[in-house]
Design a protein. Structure first.
Length: 125
C-alpha cells in the first residue's frame, strides 16, 4: 500500500491573517458596545441627577410659595420647562445613539462577512 501524500495548507498564512482581522473586528465591536452602554448610562445618570436637584429645588420653592412668596410661580414654571427640555435632549440623544449603533453594527457585520468570505475562498491545497 502506498502512503498518501500529506496535504499542506498553502493558504495557512493568509487564513491566519484573516482570522486575526476577524478577531480584531469582533474586539472593536465589543469595545463599541461597551462604550455605547457607558454613554447611555451616563446620559441617564445625568437625567436622574438633574431631576433629583429639580425635586430638591421644587421642594424649597414650594415652601417659599406657602410662605406667600409670589415670585416663586414663575421660577417653578421655568424649572419645569427646563426639565422637559432635559428629558427631550436625553430622548433625542438616545434615538441618535440607536441610529449610530445600527449603522456601526451594519458596518461591522459587512466587514466580518467580507473577511469570512475571503478566508473561506482561500484554497487548501
Amino acid at each position: 500500500m502506498g502512503e498518501r501524500p500529506v496535504s499542506v495548507d498553502r493558504s495557512a498564512t493568509e487564513r491566519a491573517e484573516l482570522g486575526r482581522q476577524i478577531e480584531r473586528v469582533e474586539w472593536q465591536e465589543d469595545e463599541f458596545s461597551e462604550a455605547r452602554q457607558r454613554y447611555e448610562r451616563s446620559v441617564e445618570q445625568f437625567r436622574e441627577r438633574f431631576h433629583a436637584v429639580g425635586r430638591d429645588r421644587e421642594s424649597s420653592l414650594g415652601e417659599r410659595m406657602q410662605a406667600g412668596d409670589s415670585s416663586v410661580q414663575h421660577e417653578l414654571e421655568a424649572r419645569r420647562d427646563l426639565l422637559v427640555r432635559v428629558d427631550r435632549y436625553v430622548e433625542e440623544t438616545s434615538e441618535e445613539l440607536e441610529q449610530t449603533r445600527s449603522r456601526v453594527r451594519q458596518s461591522f457585520d459587512d466587514e466580518l462577512e467580507l473577511l469570512a468570505k475571503e478566508r473561506n475562498a482561500l484554497p487548501w491545497e
